[in-house]
Design a protein around this ligand. Structure first.
Ligand SMILES: C[S@@+](CC[C@H](N)C(=O)[O-])C[C@H]1O[C@@H](n2cnc3c(N)ncnc32)[C@H](O)[C@@H]1O
Length: 275
């Protein structure tokens, strides 16, 4: 997906249940539809009917404690997305063993800090940040695509895994459906210690395979110099942006330093907060 200024971020979607839904699931699905401002559809049709028929571009399915997002794909089977903490589990395990994490180093994160993850996506980076800042800190994640924000918010609230520290870190994260440009323009100066951006890479070849279905709906817009200037106003300490190592984006946005493991594929651009 090319980065473009006229990116589509509003999709035609609905919420439904599995075919064998009990009344409790239907209630949850209806409440989710109302919260998102999209129709609730009783599950009398196959998902294909809605997706291949073109009525909806995305369908959220409530099935017991799971939320699944089905996305239409022209001429192909619909793609299924569900929440998974992805690399955060391994990264938190590494930190628990006393290891270090390049994102945490670039952010200069310490317990008690507040972090605004301005492109939260599936939330792996936010989970690691939440683990490091701990219960005295705060992590807020912004996602401009309503259906992706819903999936991540659901995952943060419901996901159960083998590592209690990961689950605890997830439960503390607040997910907001909003565009980071609008959020930052209205935010108070110096209201978060660190502001973090991990936009969709300009070069999709560098994207990992698990992100592939996510890209169908994700907001591909690049971070602009205006957004970085706002973020520096809202940050108390620093602004950090992740991109592919060697990306021209760091220079275009005037990063003050760029950090990254010599062997790694990604790097972190850093701007200090405005005085
Ligand atoms: C590469 S993903 C982030 C992955 C995330 N760091 C993680 O660890 O899972 C980028 C996400 O930012 C979202 N996004 C892009 N532009 C945005 C904007 N202007 N405001 C809020 N979210 C945005 C995209 O929809 C996408 O879900």
């Amino acid at each position: 997906m090319e980065a473009t200024a006229e990116a589509k971020v509003a999709w035609r979607s609905c919420v439904t249940t599995s075919r064998q839904a009990r009344s409790q699931e239907e209630e949850v699905a209806r409440a989710l539809a109302a919260e998102l401002g999209v129709p609730f559809e009783p599950r009398r049709q196959s998902l294909d009917h809605w997706l291949a028929g073109g009525q909806y571009e995305a369908v959220l399915v409530v099935n017991r404690e799971h939320l699944t997002l089905w996305v239409a794909r022209a001429g192909r089977q619909p793609e299924r997305l569900f929440f998974h903490p992805s690399t955060s589990v391994q990264r938190v395990k590494g930190l628990l063993r006393g290891g270090s994490d390049p994102m945490v180093r670039a952010m200069g994160l310490e317990p008690g800090m507040s972090v605004l993850d301005a492109t939260v996506g599936v939330g792996s980076d936010a989970i690691v940040a939440s683990f490091v800042v701990g219960p005295q800190g705060r992590v807020v994640g912004l996602e401009s695509v309503r259906e992706l924000a819903a999936l991540t918010r659901w995952g943060m609230a419901h996901y159960q895994g083998p590592i209690p520290a990961v689950e605890e870190a997830m439960r503390r994260i607040e997910i907001l459906h909003t565009d980071h440009g609008s959020f930052l323009a209205q935010a108070e100066a110096k209201s978060f210690d660190v502001i973090y951006f991990d936009p969709m890479f300009r070069d999709p070849v560098a994207q990992s395979a698990p992100m592939a279905p996510w890209r169908l709906l994700a907001d591909p817009r690049p971070v602009t110099p205006e957004v970085i200037a706002q973020a520096r106003r809202v940050a108390r300490r620093r602004v950090v942006l992740k991109e592919r190592k060697g990306s021209p984006v760091f220079e275009e946005l005037g990063a003050q330093h760029v950090e990254g493991r010599r062997s790694g594929r990604v790097a972190y651009g850093i701007w200090e907060a405005l005085p």
